[in-house]
Design a protein around this ligand. Sequence first.
Ligand code: GLA
Length: 468
Amino acid sequence: MRSEAARSAQAAELFLARFGAAPDGVWLAPGRANLMGEHTDYNDGFVLPFALSQGTTAAAGYRPDRRLVLCSRQEPGREVELALDDLAPGQVTGWAAYPAGIAWALSAAGYQVPGACIAIDSDLPAGAGLSSSAALECATALALLALLALPAPSPIPRPALAAIAQRAENEFVGVPSGIMDQSASLLGQAGHALLLDCRSLETAQVPFDPAAADARLMLVNTRAKHELSDGEYGQRRAECEQAARLLGVPSLRSVTDVRELDRLADPVLRRRARHIVADNQRVLEVVGLLRSASGAGGSGAGAYRDIGRLLTAAHLSLRDDFEVSWAEADAAVDAALAAGALGARMMGGGFGGSVLALVPRRAGGQIREAVAETFGRHAWTAPEFLDAVPSASARRLALQLGSPGSQGGTPCRYETKPRRSRARLPSCGTRSTASPRSAWTCPRPKPRCWRRWTVCRSRSAPGRGSAR
Ligand code: GLA
């Protein structure tokens, strides 16, 4: 795993290479894994996710106009420049819709979002069901809040920020996801899983330390890409809402006894609802087991074995009742269990993405081999294995300007060398030629624009704005 200093330096270098100046800051937001509670969030139920050590950085710099310029190391050639005042749902597509949606949702919530240049980098595999989208949203949100021209009177509470990020995803991007991913990214704590009651939005940090029980969590990226926007997710959501309507309850969270589901005549709706009711119960059981493991004074090995069994039960429920699993996930779960995993299940929205396996620490190698061998037999793309370590939430990183051999350390190379005559102001605007000194255009004539740029750069000390 890269250190925070290395991540910050790489993010700053990316910004410098593209925008010709050091960023005002670098913000990191983690992806998430989910220990238990799948598709329960939009049913007002319980979820138990945790923040990963893998995440997304946003290196950002204030710009004195109302434009947002976005580039990403993972999306070369797909840079986007937008006018903040023209942002509207559905207008931006592709990866940039997520950060643009954040600017839109923050403005809608009353924040004076500033113009900004933002360079994105990530070590979260896209489409792996590890919430790279939520990480992108949350990193951008922290960056924009920190660059606010007028500091907000008080820092925005993280749960409120999660709701703003969810709104960006639901309304601006058009993906009908729940609140789990943004909450995990913004509220996770190292060594803990986050119990979130999606009805009351109350949270509790639950100690989660598999290593103490000589176990670890392994993620298997099955490389089958998942896309939440492609319809099946929305269909499951609609089915759950229909089941709740037919049962006469505000949401499936209100059902705690599966026998109540016998009133549903439609076998498909009954199965969908059964998964939700059972998964809500599994979340609470896992929380009980984790608390007993951390309070017992012993290793908690027995509790982790039970958690493993619950993981596997959840997989069967997602596969057979909710019908969101996919061939590679089923095969990875079977292979992992046969090779000694304590439990395993598909994770996230489904139809692609990752499997989460709880494995005895010493069995990691043989489980990886067994899963890889199964994929090879099917001639599937080889899976990717990642460690899932409960980690800290989104935060500002100390700005690292320059690693050995880089050109970092220059606050803004244009600041001290204004060009003569009618040259246009360098800004983090449109790149127009190959020459670094003439690579920038700005809509304003030099003198006024230049002064504003210099002023704005000199305001770049940390501490402006409201976000941490
Ligand atoms: C996706 C969504 C979440 C949640 C999960 C399924 O990750 O973004 O809100 O619904 O699927 O649990």
